[in-house]
Design a protein around this ligand. Structure first.
Ligand code: PNS
Length: 162
């Protein structure tokens, strides 16, 4: 049984993340989407909200589970009995940070391998931060995130303005 973890902040989940979730879940028996609970990053959405949004947009994929985590990814992978970490690579600019993370995780837990999927070309420019910025200035984010996420972002942003 091959269980993999796709970790991230997912603040919020975008079509780029969904592309990686769909493609990697077809390669493994079970994919756990690990949602980092780290308030130091000052996320727009609480970890509970991010988990709920991910559950909603992945509900049609049977072998995907959404689980929040704190602390080291290597410890979370061990606790979940997962042997593989999945990360998406958008461009060469992602590479240095991703290499550093993969090698650190491998040092911390030598049986843990990181596999990279190149992000679909249509999403290679996309990030959660860009989505939040476009939304904050009233731009159209319908090409970037699923419909239900648009509503949630707009709700959050309008509350922040009050
Ligand atoms: O979506 P992100 O913010 O690029 O995801 C980054 C994430 C959550 C994968 C990374 O910050 C992480 O693994 N954090 C847990 C802490 C950890 O294990 N650090 C050591 C490895 S560098």
């Amino acid at each position: 049984m091959l269980r993999a973890i796709y970790p991230g902040s997912f603040d919020p989940v975008t079509f780029g993340h969904l592309d990686i979730i769909e493609r990697s879940s077809s390669l493994v028996d079970e994919l756990i989407v690990g949602v980092l609970n780290n308030n130091a990053k000052c996320p727009l959405f609480s970890v509970e909200e991010r988990v709920r949004m991910l559950e909603e947009v992945t509900k049609s994929i049977p072998n995907v589970r959404i689980i929040p985590f704190e602390g080291l990814l290597a410890d979370f992978a061990k606790a979940m009995d997962a042997r593989m970490i999945i990360r998406g690579l958008r461009a060469i600019t992602d590479f240095e940070y991703e290499l550093q993370m993969a090698q650190t995780n491998h040092k911390l837990s030598p049986q843990l391998e990181t596999a990279f999927l190149t992000t679909g070309l249509a999403y290679s420019y996309l990030s959660s931060s860009i989505v939040k910025e476009v939304a904050a200035f009233g731009g159209d984010i319908s090409q970037f995130v699923p419909e239900i996420i648009i509503e949630k972002i707009q709700e959050k942003i309008s509350k922040r303005r009050v």
